[in-house]
Design a protein around this ligand. Structure first.
Ligand code: HEM
Ligand code: HEM
Length: 190
């Protein structure tokens, strides 16, 4: 098993970072979406929101790690090669993931500090970057929620595109991101 990407496959580290971050992002979204099931001010509501903020901050750190790893490990080639517009759209989507997943935690911290809400990371208080300003907090919250909802659609589109390439085009786009024993899942040999 290769740790590093080679010319045709993502290596174990890239795959672990991709799927690990995917699970954390989906969990962060699920935890924030379920908070409205609990009454305002109740303990479970605050608890699921806390899980959301902790996951979000963790994702922020992991994205930097992933970007650093990616610089040293360029993505492997796709077989058969995608058309130019497909390759451009995929690159645009990947860049959008990195940008939004770095922006959301920054906005999250800023909106909470402007809203006057204390913030910790696994029990450690975070330094204060912004003074309390409720109006600013409200605006930042709206921006955070809008971008958060855009990310949900991006995930759906990105996953659908990868299934399209795997099952319909029968390329190795998804296979490169899976462990070798799963690379052809759901497909009969042809
Ligand atoms: C990459 C990480 C993150 C993602 C994908 C994300 C995504 C989201 C989404 C989808 C929503 C709900 C939008 C809606 O209700 O329409 C939301 C709300 C929220 N997020 Fe995040 N977020 C992230 C990081 C953070 C961080 C780091 C913090 C705080 C430090 C944070 C604090 C909040 C808060 C307080 C809400 C509003 C909850 C409420 O309605 O009271 N988020 N986020
Ligand atoms: C929260 C969820 C997800 C995020 C944030 C995410 C993000 C990304 C990013 C940024 C890349 C580019 C990797 C690079 O830098 O080279 C990528 C590649 C890829 N992802 Fe995801 N992904 C998510 C979920 C999924 C899911 C659910 C699937 C499939 C079911 C999937 C399949 C793939 C595939 C096949 C690639 C390789 C595509 C290529 O190199 O053109 N991802 N993903």
């Amino acid at each position: 098993m290769s740790m590093k990407n080679d010319t045709h496959r993502y290596g174990a580290v890239s795959r672990a970072l991709h799927w690990g971050i995917a699970v954390l992002v989906i969990a962060a979204i699920v935890f924030v979406e379920i908070h409205s099931l609990f009454p305002k001010g109740s303990e479970p509501r605050e608890a699921v929101k806390l899980v959301h903020t902790q996951l979000g901050l963790l994702i922020f750190g992991l994205i930097w790690l992933r970007l650093a790893w990616r610089m040293a490990n360029p993505p492997p080639a796709i077989t058969p090669p995608p058309r130019a517009w497909e390759a451009h759209l995929a690159t645009l989507m990947h860049v959008a993931f990195y940008v939004t997943l770095l922006a959301l935690p920054v906005l999250g911290v800023a909106m909470m500090q402007a809203g006057g809400k204390p913030l910790t990371f696994f029990g450690m208080p975070l330094p204060l970057f912004l003074a309390e300003d409720k109006a600013l907090g409200k605006t930042l919250k709206e921006v955070h929620e809008t971008i958060g909802n855009v990310v949900i659609w991006m995930i759906a589109f990105h996953a659908a595109a990868s299934f399209w390439h795997h099952f319909v085009k029968r390329g190795d786009t998804l296979g490169r991101m899976l462990p070798p024993w799963l690379a052809n899942f759901g497909r009969s040999a042809r």
